[in-house]
Ligand binder design. Structure first.
Ligand code: ZN
Length: 346
């Protein structure tokens, strides 16, 4: 919420908070900021905080601190004990909400535990937020003495190995802003691009290795899902469906080696088999009932428009055509033309 938005809504009929209403709106905003400042003194290392400590840390007058703490306690955000104030039960609903929003899937948690054990270092998960990366999950390594990064920390995007990966698909406008936010200024864009290329090359090599392993370790699963589709190629999902940088990634990327046969996810009619912009060699199959599947970046086609295909029939081969970095299959499921998450159908 911005201060301006807050100021547009002075609460003239406030009966419950006469002190607040009597103050100027700017003071109310300041009270909120101060309350948040007090709350943020509580950490895992310091779960209790005294009035004395709050006064020392914030530099506020003791009477102000007492008034704020009292309000927070009344709302359940703080809980007074003999030794000081701790996080109140009123936070539980938000803690629960935050946990639901940010909890990692069990596979990811397992992967982080393995990573931390193997490298004997703490593994962190970051998400991009404007010019920053925010640590949203952490798995301590066996030799960690003291955490340098904590969950919720915001770090600049212009530096650090993690940024190489996080900025992988960043638009030029964001790169420029990130560079401007760095101590090196706009010239830092070139360095960022080098990092991104490096990370992309590594990711492509990784996808190739995974694809080759997947191809060697088993044939395509030919058992249709509950929705009737089979996986078009066997391989790991290297990029999920969803919004990235404000743009929809309309399908999933499946890692598979160059030339791997692509199988029709279900029987149907080929309605498109042609070069389509960033998709490169692109095939769409209509399965009837509004359901269609599409296959992008193919090295070559095995069927042409108008053909009837059966489920599992080879319709083309994995490639690297169009906007693609390293061979993979970009696979889409469309309902009445609109892309949906293929994982809900496979
Ligand atoms: Zn894709």
């Amino acid at each position: 919420m911005t201060a301006a938005a807050e100021e547009r809504r002075p609460d003239r009929n406030a009966k419950r908070a006469p002190v607040e209403a009597a103050e100027a709106p700017g003071a109310a905003v300041r009270s909120v900021q101060r309350a948040l400042e007090i709350m943020s003194l509580l950490t895992e290392d310091q779960p209790l905080v005294t009035i004395r400590e709050i006064v020392d840390a914030t530099g506020l007058a003791k009477t102000t601190v007492i008034r704020l703490v009292h309000t927070l306690e009344q709302n359940g955000l703080l809980w007074g004990t003999a030794n000081g104030y701790m996080a109140g039960p009123g936070l539980w609903r938000w803690a629960h909400l935050a946990q639901r929003s940010w909890e990692l899937p069990p596979e990811t948690q397992r992967m982080m535990r393995e990573l931390a054990a193997r490298h004997r270092e703490t593994a962190n998960v970051y998400v991009v937020r404007d010019l920053y990366r925010v640590c949203v999950a952490q798995q301590e390594g066996p030799q960690t003495l003291r955490q340098v990064v904590h969950i919720g920390d915001e770090l600049p995007l212009w530096g650090g190995a993690v940024s190489k990966v996080l900025l992988r698909d960043a638009p030029d406008s964001l790169l420029l802003r990130v560079a401007r936010s760095s101590p090196y200024g706009e010239g830092h864009v070139r360095r960022l691009r080098e990092w991104i290329d490096e990370a992309k090359a590594l990711a492509a090599a990784d996808a190739r290795v995974r694809g080759q392993l997947a191809a060697a370790q088993g044939a395509t699963d030919t058992t249709p899902s509950a929705r009737g589709l089979i996986w078009p190629v066997n391989g790991p999902v290297t990029s999920p469906f969803g919004y990235r940088w404000g743009r929809l990634h309309a399908g999933i990327d499946i890692g598979a080696p160059y030339g791997t046969p692509i199988h029709a996810a279900a029987a149907g009619t080929v309605v498109l088999a042609a070069w389509t912009g960033g998709y490169g060699n692109y095939t769409c199959i209509d399965h009837g009932g509004g359901l269609a599947t599409c296959y992008a970046h193919q090295s070559s086609y095995a069927v042409s428009a108008g053909a009837q295909v059966s489920q599992g029939q080879v319709i083309g081969y994995v490639g690297n055509t169009g906007h693609s970095f390293g061979p993979h299959l970009h696979f889409e499921v469309r309902i009445n033309g609109n892309p949906v998450d293929p994982l809900g159908y496979l």
